[in-house]
Design a protein around this ligand. Sequence first.
Ligand SMILES: C[S@@+](CC[C@H](N)C(=O)[O-])C[C@H]1O[C@@H](n2cnc3c(N)ncnc32)[C@H](O)[C@@H]1O
Ligand SMILES: O=C(O)C(=O)C[C@]1(C(=O)O)C=C[C@@H](O)C=C1
Length: 242
Amino acid sequence: MNHRDAIYSQPKAQIKDFCFDDSVAQVFPDMIQRSVPGYSTIIDNIGQIASRFAQQNSAIYDLGCSLGAATLAMRRMVKKADCQIIAVDNSTAMVEKCKLHLNAFKSDIPVEIRCEDILDTQIRNASVVVLNFTLQFIAPEHRNSLIQHIYDNLLPGGVLVLSEKLRDKHQPMDELMIELHHEFKRSNGYSELEISQKRSALENVMLLDTQQDHENRLRTAGFAEIATWFRCFNFMSMVAVK
Ligand SMILES: C[S@@+](CC[C@H](N)C(=O)[O-])C[C@H]1O[C@@H](n2cnc3c(N)ncnc32)[C@H](O)[C@@H]1O
Ligand SMILES: O=C(O)C(=O)C[C@]1(C(=O)O)C=C[C@@H](O)C=C1
């Protein structure tokens, strides 16, 4: 069942830091669809990209899988033999619901769902790694080593799909992108109160990098082939090929 996100619809005396608890997991499909411009396009194309880059006898990782939307898209699209998908999230509420979602559909591709911190995940024999709006929730001091670990354990010809909300270091453009995003949220039925309370809740936990920060980090890790294949306002998705 798809529940409507009303988490920030009533005034809160105190805004707690945003976390992926049971109340968020309950409404997550509606929340992300109404909050991230192009979310369905990104999910569909993660399936396409995975079908192109998946290698026979290799692993596909979905890091910060939430309810498994990207895993489902990849499981539908990948046709290579002997692939396995490993979906990881450290929210028990998300992982429990993810298991239900995935079990509802039949597939020949095995999926292992792990409840663990992606900073503890050993990437091995990977042809595809997905970080779909997850890196922004990782403490900045751990981001370089995580991307390095992914690069080191990708097979030659393997791909990292990295989707993130961005900040712009040029303040007028940052403000414009934020305002266009808020307009998108308004058009999806979010009130001013919902927009501002969610913004406060995310302030300390979703620390955004610039497009340049991401490109620099990917190049430093060793990725030579990098492209932004999707961008809408301050949301983007990149592919980086080893
Ligand atoms: C915005 S959601 C990702 C959306 C999802 N990838 C999709 O395509 O629908 C971010 C997810 O990352 C997870 N997460 C955040 N930090 C994590 C960590 N250190 N280890 C594992 N999962 C993490 C959260 O629990 C949350 O489910
Ligand atoms: O910027 C926002 O308002 C968002 O809601 C963005 C975002 C994200 O990019 O991950 C933040 C938290 C929710 O998981 C869904 C979407």
